[in-house]
Ligand binder design. Structure first.
Ligand SMILES: [Zn+2]
Length: 187
């Protein structure tokens, strides 16, 4: 099956573009060489509200959920969000530094945001992700590996792996074996 996605000038196509102001420049010279998988849901445990997008644009509707007052002032982002439907939204161009990993370390190197692409899956640690999400994630990963060859299969990791004291996502619900097998099955 031909890949659905491609990266052109640091943007995924086709993907909906929803620019986030929460990014800065990567330190130079740097090679994009890590993929970090996350999850997020807003309100927590609920899907399809469109609030993740608003959160990454600093426009969270604070009255909509009590939890939102705690997070409204955070300035965060990811490069991509894969919704439960498999639809993909891009917030930050891949050559820019999105703010998703925080204090983190991969293979002895700190500040993973400097050299990583961050993908949020709409979900929770414990609820199974959808087939559509796995399908999109595999296609998106292939497109990223094509554009940024330093993202080898061994340089795909979870937020919980690079910030184990602070983070649990993408959680036990994420089926790494399924993902990795699908990655190697369809080039
Ligand atoms: Zn995360």
């Amino acid at each position: 099956m031909p890949n659905r996605f491609t990266v052109i000038e640091h943007r995924l196509q086709p993907a909906r573009q929803a620019a986030s102001p929460n990014f800065n420049l990567r330190p130079q010279p740097v090679e994009v060489s890590l993929l970090v998988i996350h999850n997020i849901s807003l309100p927590p445990g609920r899907f399809g509200y469109g609030h993740i997008e608003l959160f990454f644009q600093n426009r969270l509707p604070v009255a909509a959920d009590p939890f939102y007052r705690e997070i409204a002032d955070l300035q965060v982002s990811s490069h991509l969000l894969i919704e439960r439907t498999g639809d993909v939204v891009q917030f930050v161009d891949f050559d820019k530094r999105a703010w998703h990993a925080g204090a983190s370390c991969f293979d002895g190197r700190e500040n993973c945001n400097d050299f990583a692409v961050g993908i949020e899956l709409e979900g929770t640690d414990t609820l199974p992700y959808t087939d559509a999400q796995y399908k999109s994630l595999v296609s998106v990963t292939h497109a990223l590996q094509q554009a940024y060859p330093a993202i080898t299969d061994t340089r795909i990791t979870g937020h919980s792996d690079i910030a184990p004291q602070r983070k649990t996502d993408p959680g036990p619900a994420f089926d790494w074996l399924r993902y990795r097998q699908a990655l190697s099955a369809s080039p």
